[in-house]
Design a protein around this ligand. Structure first.
Ligand SMILES: [Zn+2]
Ligand SMILES: [Zn+2]
Length: 391
């Protein structure tokens, strides 16, 4: 049964009961327009809002005036009560642990509105289906992403000499040269150190095309997995192995409860060349602390976790999905959505800009990154970050 539509009795009525009743009906009709998905709750909401306006008004004129401001704001903010004030006071309590006016349905609508178009995903390196545009030679040879040497993939575990810099070169405006932040060398230096401050016995590579990636392990399309319509934030840590770039840790966090649903160290298929511990935060992988890649994928691509109805949130998520070999279409990628200008912003910058949160000071943590990405989306969509209870 719905809540009775009747003005609440007040000690000091700003207007006669009959007038209040008429205005209450008008307010309800207005709410039905701006919040069409909350039908059953609107009577109660209308009665509550009318009472607030009545209490903060001292005369019939101010009552009517305040009510017209409320209706205007309801239209302006599309029914988002967290934006609305009555008599200078916010109508949604500031206690963030309590459910806000934002329902799961509201949040889902906001999220669905920013799912990225498939064509845009393709342009950003997402693999959406089988593509065969490749030169077959690329399947045999590759280029080291550290030192740029061309080598045969099959011979990756043979000793080689790889000299490189840990950090990408950056343009220095004062000296007008490119510098390597890792060691201070410049591209115009005459020292052999300009070629790199680090050396390794193996080259490393990173496959990016469907064909190359699927020779290592097959892609799974989530289209074949039905399940609940959930919203998950995901982040991987990766390492270099004899098979290229592989996942070594995976974290999945639930958008609505902020609970970590999956967080495991993953054993790669190939032989480890470099765990990138400095970035990945993973220092050791052994049988006892990890899960195999195939076991992890069986758990993760499933009814309860990633299925065809899942909305996946990530930052530069094409990297994660490619190492996981997942083809998925409902994507919210903060790097695509919120970067300004020609280059994609880092998650570190977004966390600082939108959350005033410092992340990735030193080793990365896929759990911290997944949560930060999810919170950036919440802030940008006006969904309270701390809210874990939903109607
Ligand atoms: Zn260097
Ligand atoms: Zn190399």
């Amino acid at each position: 049964m719905s809540h009775p539509l009747r003005p609440i009795d007040l000690v000091r009525q700003p207007a006669p009961f009959q007038d209040r009743y008429k205005i209450l009906q008008k307010l309800l009709a207005h709410l039905q327009k701006v919040k069409p998905n909350a039908a059953e709750k609107l009577n109660k909401l209308a009665v509550g809002l009318e009472a607030r306006v009545a209490k903060s008004s001292s005369s019939p004129q101010s009552y009517r005036f305040n009510m017209s401001i409320l209706m205007r704001d309801l239209t302006k903010y599309k029914g988002d009560l967290s934006q609305i004030r009555v008599g200078q006071k916010p109508i949604v309590a500031r206690d963030k642990t309590r459910p806000s006016n934002i329902t799961k349905l509201n949040a889902m609508e906001k999220l669905k509105a920013v799912i990225i178009d498939t064509e845009v995903l393709k342009k950003n390196g997402y693999i959406i289906g089988k593509e065969t545009t490749e030169d077959p030679a690329d399947l045999i040879y590759t280029t080291c992403i550290r030192c740029n040497t061309k080598f045969e993939k099959a011979k990756i575990m043979e000793n080689a000499f790889c000299r490189y810099h840990i950090s990408k070169k950056q343009f220095d405006k004062v000296s007008k040269t490119y510098q390597y932040p890792c060691c201070g060398e410049t591209t115009v230096s005459t020292s052999f150190l300009r070629l790199g401050c680090q050396t390794q016995n193996h080259h490393v590579f990173r496959s990016e095309t469907y064909e190359e990636l699927s020779t290592i392990s097959k892609f799974i399309s989530t289209d074949n997995y039905s399940g609940e319509e959930n919203v998950l934030a995901l982040d991987c840590e990766m390492a270099f192995t004899s098979l290229g770039y592989e996942m070594i840790r995976l974290t999945i966090v639930d958008f609505f409860t902020s609970k970590t649903l999956f967080d495991e160290i993953i054993r790669p298929i190939g032989e480890v060349i470099d765990l990138n511990s400095q970035f990945s935060g993973v220092h050791e992988i052994c049988e006892s602390n990890s899960m195999s890649y195939h076991e992890a994928m069986r758990k993760v691509v499933s009814e309860k976790l990633i299925n065809k109805n899942t909305i996946l949130i990530g930052h530069g998520l094409e990297n994660d999905l490619n190492v996981m070999r997942i083809v998925h279409k409902k994507i919210i990628d903060t790097a695509i959505l919120y970067s300004k200008g020609r280059y994609k912003s880092s998650l570190k910058n977004f966390a600082f800009e939108f959350l005033s949160r410092e992340i990735q000071n030193g080793e990365h943590d896929s759990s911290e990154d997944a949560i930060a990405t999810m919170d950036v989306v919440k802030v940008r969509l006006g969904i309270p970050v701390e809210q874990t209870g939903w109607d």
